[in-house]
Design a protein around this ligand. Sequence first.
Ligand SMILES: *[C@@H]1O[C@H](CO)[C@@H](O)[C@H](O)[C@H]1NC(C)=O
Ligand SMILES: *[C@@H]1O[C@H](CO)[C@@H](O)[C@H](O)[C@H]1NC(C)=O
Ligand SMILES: *[C@@H]1O[C@H](CO)[C@@H](O)[C@H](O)[C@H]1NC(C)=O
Ligand SMILES: *[C@@H]1O[C@H](CO)[C@@H](O)[C@H](O)[C@H]1NC(C)=O
Ligand SMILES: *[C@@H]1O[C@H](CO)[C@@H](O)[C@H](O)[C@H]1NC(C)=O
Ligand SMILES: *[C@@H]1O[C@H](CO)[C@@H](O)[C@H](O)[C@H]1NC(C)=O
Ligand SMILES: *[C@@H]1O[C@H](CO)[C@@H](O)[C@H](O)[C@H]1NC(C)=O
Ligand SMILES: *[C@@H]1O[C@H](CO)[C@@H](O)[C@H](O)[C@H]1NC(C)=O
Ligand SMILES: *[C@@H]1O[C@H](CO)[C@@H](O)[C@H](O)[C@H]1NC(C)=O
Ligand SMILES: *[C@@H]1O[C@H](CO)[C@@H](O)[C@H](O)[C@H]1NC(C)=O
Ligand SMILES: *[C@@H]1O[C@H](CO)[C@@H](O)[C@H](O)[C@H]1NC(C)=O
Length: 655
Amino acid sequence: MVRSFTRLAPVLAALCLGTSRLSSALPSPAASDDIASLLLARQSADNTSASGINTNNTADCTNCTNLGNFANPIPVSSLDPVVQVRNGSYAGITIAPIAAEATLSGFGTNGTQEAFLGIPYAQQPVDELRFQRPRSLNQSWQDVRSAKRYSELCFGVGTDDDYQPPYVTYKLGERCLTLNVVRPARQDEASKLPVFVWIHGGGFSYGGSGDRRYNGSFIVDKSVELGQPLMYVSLNYRVQTLGFPVGDEASQAGVQNLGLYDQRLALHWIRENIEAFGGDKDKVTIVGESAGGASMYFHLAAYGGRDDKLFRSVIAESAYYATGLDTANNTASRNDQWTSLAQYAGCGSNSTLECLRSVPLETIKQWSINNTELSIFNPVVDGDLVAKDLQQSFLVGDFVKTVPVVLNNNLDEGISFGVRGVNNTADIVSALEESQALPDGWSTQDALRSLAQIYPDNEDVYPPFQAGAGLLPATGGVLGKNDRRSCAIFGDLRFVGPRRQATELLARSSQAAIYSSRFDQVSYKSPITAGAQHFQEVAYVFRNPLDTQNALGPLRKDIALANEISAYWISFVASGDPNTARDQGKLSDGALYWPKYDADGERSQVAWVHDGLGHRSFVTPDTYRQQGMQLLMALRSGTFKPSDFHSSHTKRDEL
Ligand SMILES: *[C@@H]1O[C@H](CO)[C@@H](O)[C@H](O)[C@H]1NC(C)=O
Ligand SMILES: *[C@@H]1O[C@H](CO)[C@@H](O)[C@H](O)[C@H]1NC(C)=O
Ligand SMILES: *[C@@H]1O[C@H](CO)[C@@H](O)[C@H](O)[C@H]1NC(C)=O
Ligand SMILES: *[C@@H]1O[C@H](CO)[C@@H](O)[C@H](O)[C@H]1NC(C)=O
Ligand SMILES: *[C@@H]1O[C@H](CO)[C@@H](O)[C@H](O)[C@H]1NC(C)=O
Ligand SMILES: *[C@@H]1O[C@H](CO)[C@@H](O)[C@H](O)[C@H]1NC(C)=O
Ligand SMILES: *[C@@H]1O[C@H](CO)[C@@H](O)[C@H](O)[C@H]1NC(C)=O
Ligand SMILES: *[C@@H]1O[C@H](CO)[C@@H](O)[C@H](O)[C@H]1NC(C)=O
Ligand SMILES: *[C@@H]1O[C@H](CO)[C@@H](O)[C@H](O)[C@H]1NC(C)=O
Ligand SMILES: *[C@@H]1O[C@H](CO)[C@@H](O)[C@H](O)[C@H]1NC(C)=O
Ligand SMILES: *[C@@H]1O[C@H](CO)[C@@H](O)[C@H](O)[C@H]1NC(C)=O
């Protein structure tokens, strides 16, 4: 039985479709992708009507900042900062303090910094190395190489990669397996700075480290101000068609999950080389959001939870399990899509991988642009790095148990992912069935009864929580009487439930401290009905004052919250304890103490918010919609028992 193309779609397609059109009826899987995609497009573009696939940015990109060091090196000068890594030396750039007036939020940086951009951490995956696991670098050189520009982003398709002037004009390509290092000026091997490693999101379908929303200068500056200086590293990994080949041939060749192997190799490179920059290889924290958050789960669970000592702590923002990962048992269901690509490229032979290595990127690009709705180019169980489904890995305890972990989700994740245009339980159940987020056969009478009782038909109690009661406004002409309820269910199933379950399981069996938080702020460019949705916390974590699609903005409440959140993140990266800056009196009076998560006790988590009217971040029990999330996680893992659930009266004040 060939399974639906869109099995993984809602979460992932939502993150990867660039264009959108709205359906007026109950969305088909494809249409529901489009709705979610529209929402994301809205959050990531000021002007969605101007968005569209950029068919130019694998080629000319005259004004792009990420032209890289391979073909377009900026000449090296004797004044440049230089580091000597294992293979040879690199010259970086000096970043003068950034003027406050140059930014939307009205602050800049105080200290001079140095950055080394576009440094390859692997052999570039071109020609015969395309569709291969990444190969370690094996050459050295004597001269000083230029590391002064972000490399091209790994080719992908989706909102972050679209051409959306004036913000996004990134060059995409294959010579992308690079990383960037940003540090306070004048460090040496004795500095031993803690290292903040950022792994971007984008549904494993798009995105890249050169994205200005991931500009590390401002968090590095804050770390200096707090007396806990750190080094920022961001990296690219292959995404979409080139990063996650599917089907039997890829499975047999062992070339699935390439993007995850890229990340892993980058972490090895960091361990081998970061001391040369003044970093401490034993103080590496990996941080990621969305697909980057899911990547945090993959690394915690990698190789059955083996501790390779690549990181000493983890921050997972809006991580997800998504739907059950494909396994060797059903990889054949993806053969049709792979064959479609091969045929388009004129690769009729039975070694399509071999043939596809020799076609121009342009050919793969043209096919990929038209086939984003498939959203199938994603991680699978490969029996190697990915030993099993993520939820199963957590449930059976196959994860690294020695590292502190912070897990954050946003209050209204579901607003980004709920299927819209639904009016009642039956509509929601159909949408769940079509999403294939739950295993076959989940929708028994008992399960449906529990779902309807635990998530009652009452729009007043669901996200977006700060938008008052009642129906959500129509989205693109579609008005559903149960859209908020749908957003709650989809958000809990895909993001909030997995976050809570992973937090509980980590807290119960890890030897290290586990911390949880929830981001409640409606950000500057979000309408109140979009809530504190997916991705919104990123600008606050980065304390990024630049004008972007998700800008922090100029309001004092947002700047105060950014200073607060970034201080807890920096403290955690610097010391493994998010409270260090607060304990040292570096934060304002009344700055909260962030307790460890006790799954069988208080279940305390931080809710991040500054409303400008005196309402500030607070500690709160992580118990809202408890029965609902337990139900959804039980349904997902196939362990639902009706007797575990009784009718629950969801109330707004559970928050
Ligand atoms: C929900 O109701 C709206 C109008 O009230 C209608 O347009 C829409 O088709 C309904 N949705 C479904 C799935 O029937
Ligand atoms: C959005 O883009 C369209 C077409 O490119 C343009 O006409 C319009 O002025 C833009 N609107 C804004 C608010 O920038
Ligand atoms: C792509 O390039 C063509 C020709 O160079 C140009 O006409 C078109 O406007 C460009 N499109 C975008 C989105 O930049
Ligand atoms: C590139 O930048 C120059 C100078 O700002 C501008 O004149 C030109 O139109 C830009 N080109 C594109 C394709 O955006
Ligand atoms: C090049 O660097 C890589 C990554 O650190 C290292 O594993 C490899 O041994 C180096 N090779 C040479 C020849 O320097
Ligand atoms: C420099 O740091 C001080 C606090 O130490 C801060 O008040 C000021 O805004 C910072 N300047 C910039 C440009 O960020
Ligand atoms: C480096 O590895 C590539 C294949 O991955 C190989 O073709 C090349 O010969 C190697 N170079 C050296 C210097 O070992
Ligand atoms: C961050 O953005 C500022 C302003 O555009 C720029 O000067 C700086 O070089 C950027 N920092 C990094 C690390 O890219
Ligand atoms: C594949 O199917 C076999 C036979 O049904 C089953 O025993 C095995 O657990 C399945 N493997 C995975 C990874 O699902
Ligand atoms: C293609 O498959 C056939 C039989 O299935 C086999 O005989 C042949 O060697 C294969 N060719 C290649 C290039 O793998
Ligand atoms: C992509 O779709 C467009 C519009 O339907 C079509 O003109 C074009 O030929 C398609 N390209 C590929 C590679 O399928």
